[in-house]
Write a protein that binds this ligand. Structure first.
Ligand code: AMP
Length: 214
């Protein structure tokens, strides 16, 4: 059973790490951003509702976002675990996810925070804009998305930290090193750290430097 969230600013590498962890841990990586983009491509009613919101770099309303997450998390392949990428992003979504998991009699195992500084983020996002041509990767939208993250989503990390669920990893390290650091921290939590022992870096929510985590 592995129920994880991956959090971090746009461009921190959430999608890449979610995909890599999904293979390592044999659970689906579920990205709300990907689900919305699929709906836009398929020109569904939902797709038409969210298209302009996404292109502007705004958040899709909680009610719509919570609904697609409900539908996705109750599918069979998510019954033994999942890695949620890009959700929750608002306090309302945190509450909604809590309730959903409570109804299922489960809980989150860990919340992974990919930490990365603003300058690096901007350079990554501009590169991604060139490579993927995403509608929401224009310079103005990038700036707006980063501000929205700082204002609305960043503060949610404190909540997970206070619950003892947060694992912070240096998102600037190489892709391989970041994955290794996350797996190491998860392993550490699951097998070597009794729940009552608050001494470990992972449980305290301290930053873990991937390079040190061999
Ligand atoms: P992402 O691929 O995670 O960067 O998401 C792309 C866009 O999809 C975001 O900028 C939002 O417009 C929308 N989106 C994805 N996840 C959420 C969410 N949890 N809450 C609101 N909007 C979301």
């Amino acid at each position: 059973m592995t129920r994880l969230l991956i959090m971090g600013a746009p461009g921190a590498g959430k999608g890449t790490q979610a995909a890599r962890l999904a293979i390592e841990l044999s659970v689906p990586a579920i990205s709300t951003g990907d689900m919305f983009r699929d709906q836009v491509k398929l020109e569904t009613t939902l797709g038409r509702q969210v298209q302009d919101i996404i292109a502007a770099g705004d958040y899709v309303p909680d009610a719509l976002t919570n609904k697609i997450v409900d539908e996705r998390l109750t599918q069979d392949d998510a019954s033994t675990g999942f890695i949620l990428d890009g959700y929750p992003r608002t306090a309302d979504q945190v509450t909604h996810l809590d309730l959903l998991l409570e109804m299922q009699g489960t809980n989150l195992d860990a919340v992974i925070h990919l930490e990365i500084d603003m300058k690096q983020l901007l350079s990554r996002l501009f590169k991604r804009a060139d490579a993927q041509g995403r509608a929401d990767d224009s310079p103005q939208t990038i700036q707006h998305r980063l501000e929205t993250y700082d204002l609305t989503t960043g503060p949610l990390l404190e909540e997970y930290k206070s619950r003892g669920r947060l694992i912070t990893v240096d998102g600037l390290a190489s892709m391989e090193e970041v994955t290794k650091a996350i797996l190491h921290a998860l392993h550490h939590r699951a097998y070597f750290v009794p729940t009552f022992a608050l001494g470990s870096a992972a449980r305290r929510g301290d930053t873990i430097t991937p390079l040190k985590m061999v």
